[in-house]
Write a protein that binds this ligand. Structure first.
Ligand code: GLU
Length: 558
């Protein structure tokens, strides 16, 4: 009779290491009590999903706040699905968002004693584990062809039985080792399947750090753990890795809950302790009809983190915003801490709300405005320039015309107690500051009508503008004095200082001081809305401002 050990030796002739050897090579980590080892385990199959950034941010936070380790493992055993270059892109994007792993696959290098951290380079390790499972009778070679598998499935469908390769349907689990060896020697292709001892009619109790304990049907599928290409499947590979990389807590999306019974059974079959689990809620959004649905790679631009980078959001504002989704108490905390950094915030699994993972771009914009308002003129100008170099040639060109001038523009109502919160992303910047540049200002003047209030006739506007040009002070003047001068000019032209006065004597006035300020604003900026007009005039300067007034008067006279 051929023993399981002999079968294992035949299949993995060259594998001489044992599980004990691996235990010695990858010993338990020497970490302080309570330290968590977490991992982000992406597959290189495309862009970094916003949900993956959410997961990895939490993995890092949990490791950091417990003096543990956050590492990155690349799960690339599904070679057919790999997209060239995506692993580098993924890492670059994580770095941009400050979610930098301490250990693992880091793109151009690997760091740490528990590697290799790329699954396709760990084939020898998995073979040791699979050989062990065969030797203890918990795995077997399966020679089922595609046709046979189809036949099994059709048979199950016809009888309305649960589909899959399990129990009596797992035809190759019943071969004797003699039969197996014979087929192997004949060169018949095979995979290795796990020999499940579960039943989907029985339940196991699992514990999740977010959901607490719950019961879930056991696994009964004899899943493939080793493919004919010499690599294991994800389910098996990650169990081996989480064990030998000494992961303490597996943090991942809730879509993995359904596979948890398989994972738990695999850990048990190997005789290993399962890690703790935390399955994070999937990020949802409200659709046009107000219904919640998952952020979709296909439908939603905000599903890919690249969208936020291309749109010029500060990476940190997305991270902070994601933390508000992660922990309901974070928002209050970050307000109290004046949007400074969130390092001291303590994340807790108890406060992850399962319903609340709703992506709201309006709230992200709010966070972004707060963070941009905190920057000084140099910081914001530098950040805008970095963005422009990568994503916006138009803005880059404007900045490079005169960096100091650009900085003056960015400094309007900044660096004060209540800075103005104008911007939330850099992709709007080129168009929102275009009027500061004379050629672009002129272009708008030529192409678009100025939005003057039709209440006032051209003659009045021309007279008012003429006076503003001659009388408004520029040098060594503060905002109040400047405004007082504007008000005087307005009064001379019969514009009331306020609504009350206007209402009391409507026949004496033709409008309000505010109307005069608007005329000037439109003249100087071509728009009804702009940053504080006094500072805009200071940045543009007397000479150029007066030239603009002249140009508009000429235009009105036509
Ligand atoms: N490689 C899996 C993925 O792409 C990781 C699942 C896990 O974290 O266990 O989502």
């Amino acid at each position: 009779m051929i023993s399981n050990q002999e079968l294992a030796d035949l299949i993995f002739k060259d594998v001489t290491d044992s599980i004990d050897d691996l235990e010695k090579r990858y010993p338990p980590r020497q970490l302080p009590e309570g330290a968590e080892v977490t991992r982000f385990a992406p597959s290189p199959t495309g862009f970094l999903h916003t949900g993956s950034l959410f997961t990895s941010m939490i993995c890092k936070k949990v490791a950091d706040q417990s003096n543990g380790v956050f590492y990155l493992r690349l799960e690339d055993t599904d070679t057919k699905r790999e997209i060239q270059g995506s692993k580098f892109e993924l890492l670059k994007q994580l770095q941009t968002f400050g979610v930098v792993p301490q250990e693992g696959y880091l793109g151009d290098k690997e760091v740490g004693n528990y590697g290799p951290y790329v699954q396709s380079q760990r084939a020898e390790i998995y073979k040791v584990a699979i050989k062990h499972l065969i030797a203890i009778g918990k795995a077997y070679p399966c020679f089922c062809s595609q046709e046979e598998l189809n036949e099994i499935r059709q048979n199950q469908e016809a009888h309305k039985i649960m589909p899959g390769y399990y129990g009596q349907f797992a035809k190759y689990r019943f071969l004797t080792n003699e039969e197996r060896v014979k087929l192997i020697k004949e060169g018949k292709p095979f995979v290795i399947r796990f020999k499940s001892s579960g039943s989907h009619l029985r339940k196991i109790r699992v514990k999740d750090l977010i959901r607490g304990e719950f019961d879930i049907a056991q696994n009964d599928q004899d899943i493939v753990i080793y493919k004919s290409d010499g690599l294991p499947t994800y389910h098996f590979a990650h169990v081996v890795d989480d064990h030998f990389m000494r992961t303490t807590t597996v943090i991942r999306g809730e879509e993995w809950i359904a596979s948890l019974p398989i994972h738990v059974e695999l850990f048990e079959a190997m005789g290993w302790q399962t890690p703790k689990y935390a399955h994070l809620p999937v990020i949802m959004k409200l659709d046009e009809n107000g219904h919640k649905r998952k952020l979709s790679k296909r439908l939603d631009k905000e599903a890919a983190v690249s969208f936020f980078l291309e749109d010029g959001y500060l990476p940190n504002s997305l991270i902070m915003y994601l933390m508000t989704i992660a922990n309901s108490n974070f928002e209050e905390w970050i307000f109290q801490h004046h949007f400074q950094n969130m390092e001291d915030f303590r994340f807790s699994f108890d406060k992850v709300s399962l319903e609340g993972a709703l992506f709201d771009i309006g709230k992200l914009n709010f966070f972004s405005k707060e963070l941009l308002a905190l920057m000084n003129k140099c910081e914001i100008s530098e950040a805008a320039y970095e963005y422009a170099k990568q994503y916006c040639p138009e803005l880059k060109q404007l900045i490079e015309r005169d960096k100091n001038y650009f900085m003056d523009i960015m400094n309007i109502e900044r660096e004060k107690e209540n800075p103005r919160k104008d911007y939330y992303r850099f992709s709007d910047l080129a168009s929102s500051i275009s009027f500061f540049y004379d050629d672009l200002y002129r272009k708008t003047l030529d192409e678009e009508p100025l939005p003057f209030n039709s209440k006032f006739n051209k003659g009045t506007i021309i007279e008012v503008l003429g006076d503003l040009k001659d009388k408004l002070p520029y040098d060594n003047v503060d905002e109040q004095t400047w405004f007082a001068a504007l008000k005087d000019i307005a009064l001379e032209h019969k514009f009331a200082p306020n609504n009350k006065t206007l209402k009391a004597n409507p026949e004496q006035y033709i409008g309000l001081v505010a109307d005069v300020a608007e005329m000037l604003r439109i003249t100087i900026t071509t728009r009804k809305n702009s940053p504080n007009l006094f500072y805009v005039l200071q940045v543009i300067g007397k000479e150029r401002s007066n030239k603009r007034i002249e140009q508009v008067i000429l235009l009105l006279q036509k």
